[in-house]
Design a protein around this ligand. Structure first.
Ligand SMILES: [Zn+2]
Length: 278
């Protein structure tokens, strides 16, 4: 019997790469040490809003195809370009979504949900108290990732972005990045504590959608806003290897490849490719 291949994707909203490299993030550092941490340039046709950027991550196609250009998803073409949790579920995989705070990822608010039909959805919101929402999303994932055998999970953390909007990129923002890293650490520990972990092949992908200007906020064309990043480790990812140009569309392609659906999805108009070193 082949060992089950599983994927955990953690989406942390609005984390600037330069700040990430300055603050204390031991758990993300560990993922990077076992694999890579590399910048992603948001393409010029995609506004640096969460809606279009997360849609590109989830669907593996750019805004011209998925049709989401802002944080209201009305007019989207997600039915033609579904998210990777939904397509993995349709292909027989078990999938899980845990979202703190931001409704359109998981609910019908604002034209959502981006993730249409995962097997299990947990949505926890405390309004603009994203820190509390992130904690609830993490606690739920700590339970679910042990209680069930998910092939693909996506956990979303929104506190860093909200802190940036409210307070700018300062001490509080930096502290929020460190809090997010602590939650990454708890999720990784949960996966490693699975009784069957030794027989499983886990891929971990951590990704942000966009950056922030110093005063807090995004949506513009500055390098600070257009620079996102991906960190990942797992089977086929060589530790410390130099990566080629990475794009948000590569996340879905890598997820499919990692769970053995690369060929099954070959007929889709996916724009990305699995992560590969140069
Ligand atoms: Zn934002």
């Amino acid at each position: 019997m082949t060992s089950p291949s599983r994927v955990l994707v953690i989406g942390i909203d609005g984390v600037r790469l330069d700040v990430l490299r300055e603050v204390r993030t031991p758990h993300l550092d560990a993922v990077a040490a076992e694999g890579f941490l590399a910048p992603v340039r948001i393409d010029d046709a995609t506004p640096t809003w969460s809606g279009p950027c997360w849609a590109t991550v989830a669907t593996g196609v750019s805004a011209a195809r998925h049709g989401i250009t802002h944080n209201v998803f009305t007019g989207h073409r997600l039915a033609e370009h579904p998210d990777f949790l939904t397509l993995a579920s349709l292909a027989g995989k078990r999938t899980y979504l845990s979202v703190g705070s931001w409704e359109p990822l998981a609910t019908a608010a604002c034209g959502g949900p981006l993730f249409a039909a995962p097997d299990r959805v947990t949505f926890t919101s405390y309004g603009l108290d994203c820190e509390r929402g992130d904690e609830a999303a993490t606690v739920d994932a700590e339970r679910e990732l042990v209680a069930a055998d998910y092939d693909v999970a996506f956990v979303y953390l929104g506190d860093v972005d909200e802190t940036g909007h409210e307070l700018g990129v300062g001490a509080e923002y930096r502290a929020a990045v460190e809090r997010a890293d602590a939650r990454v650490g708890r999720l990784l520990a949960t996966v490693r504590a699975r009784s069957s972990y030794a027989e499983e092949r886990w891929t971990v992908i951590v990704v942000t959608d966009h950056g922030h200007v110093d005063a807090g906020g995004h949506g513009g064309d500055s390098d600070l806003e257009r620079t996102a990043w991906i960190a990942a480790s797992g089977p086929g990812i060589v530790a410390g290897a130099e990566m080629g140009t990475l794009r948000h569309v590569d996340v879905a392609a890598h997820v499919y490849e990692a769970i053995g659906l690369g060929e099954a999805m070959a007929g889709l108009p996916l724009e990305g490719k699995p992560f590969a070193s140069v």
